[in-house]
Design a binder for this molecule. Structure first.
Ligand code: ATP
Length: 352
């Protein structure tokens, strides 16, 4: 159970009440969490939510206004970046243009011995092999594609054998196809090495795809920290429900009964069975587009199809129900203007 791993495993990175301010403005507000050793942990959120500042604080490039950061169980307060045993890859490659690929990868080994009793040359070869760039060592960084440059940046970050790998939007400058390929490469390498990894992205699909756990950030705070499946299926807040994936949210009020239900604009919606409810309590329900069937369900909404998008593996319908927009993902293709019945089952309703 990946959700429980951080309870038992050694801590890789711990944030305890981390607070970062810029000119009196709070960018990170009392963030506490623990990344387990060997875990792939991702911060995701919209622009300006504080992801990069959190990563830079772990790397030693920002000084917290309050709170503690521990790496491998030890506080790193006052420890400069080069002594934190972290390897960092930034968005914009940042390879040294006046050095060969080989010199770039060996850069972090100038003043220290490579791990494992290797010579620097052996270690560089090992890393080039790892990122599938063997034989490219004598090239100039300008002779590499964007994806190759990011592989070299990754090799350079890993060469000294850091305890923690920090990745700040490493794929965002690449095209979509390459981004999807390279994220699998990063995940493979991370798993091979078993290295604790903290990753930052604004791309929620990327975060879900590669992480053991995801922290969704909003405005300097944590909205939810959980494995990808739980973030998707059981969003903890309206923000998470709207930020991650397509979703339909319904605001209503509770009607007690067996089973309990909720009224949304006069329409009865099923509530998850386990929920304790009070009459007239406000509720927000989230129902994913792929959970809505054309046909009847525990609730059946009569809606009008406004727009049909072909996604390749399915159609996405934009439907109108009582002046609300409802997204449906289905393998059927009704005509725009058609009236359809939208079936929603109790098991597919999540209460925020
Ligand atoms: P993006 O995806 O756009 O990089 P982010 O989630 O990484 O966004 P941060 O870069 O961490 O967000 O910024 C968090 C907040 O702190 C923002 O409001 C930003 O304007 C502010 N901020 C970040 N760095 C500085 C700085 N050096 N000086 C002043 N304010 C800063």
């Amino acid at each position: 159970d990946r959700a429980g791993r951080d309870a038992s495993a050694e801590p890789g990175v711990e944030l305890d009440g981390l607070t970062v301010e810029f000119d009196g403005v709070t960018a990170i507000d009392d963030v506490s969490l623990s990344v387990a050793e060997g875990e792939f942990f991702t911060f995701v959120g919209p622009s300006g939510c504080g992801k990069t500042t959190t990563l830079r604080s772990i790397g030693g490039f920002e000084t917290p206004a309050a709170g503690t950061i521990r790496i491998g169980g030890r506080s790193v307060a006052g420890v400069p970046p080069e002594d934190r045993e972290v390897g960092i890859v930034f968005q914009n490659y940042a390879l040294f243009p006046n050095m060969s690929v080989r010199e770039n990868v060996g850069y972090g080994l100038r003043f220290r011995d490579p791990p494992g009793g290797h010579s620097t040359a052996e270690r560089v070869d090992e890393l080039l092999e790892l990122v599938d760039m063997a034989g490219m060592g004598d090239r100039d960084p300008t002779e590499l594609s964007g994806g190759q440059q990011q592989r070299i940046a990754l090799a350079r970050a890993l060469a000294p054998g850091p305890e923690v790998l920090l990745l700040d939007e490493p794929l965002s400058a690449l095209d979509a196809r390459l981004r999807e390929r390279l994220r699998v490469t990063i995940r493979d390498i991370q798993q091979d090495l078993g290295i604790t990894t903290v990753y930052v992205t604004h791309d929620q699909a990327e975060a879900l795809a590669i992480s053991d756990r995801v922290a969704v950030m909003n405005d300097g705070r944590l909205e939810q920290v959980a494995p990808p499946e739980r973030i998707y299926r059981e969003p903890a807040s309206r923000f998470v429900a709207e930020f991650v994936g397509d979703n339909n949210l319904f605001d209503g009020t509770v009607t007690p009964g067996t089973p309990p239900s909720a009224a949304v604009d006069g329409q009865s919606f099923p509530l998850p069975d386990a929920d304790a409810v009070q009459a007239d309590e406000p509720v927000t329900l989230s129902v994913r587009p792929e959970a809505i069937a054309l046909g009847s369900g525990d609730a059946t909404l009569s809606a009008t199809v406004e727009n049909v998008e072909f996604l390749g593996d399915a159609y996405r319908l934009h439907c109108d129900w009582q002046d609300r927009s409802i997204l449906v993902k289905t393998d059927q293709r009704p005509e725009p203007g058609a009236t359809v019945q939208l079936g929603i089952d109790r098991a597919d309703v999540h209460r925020l």
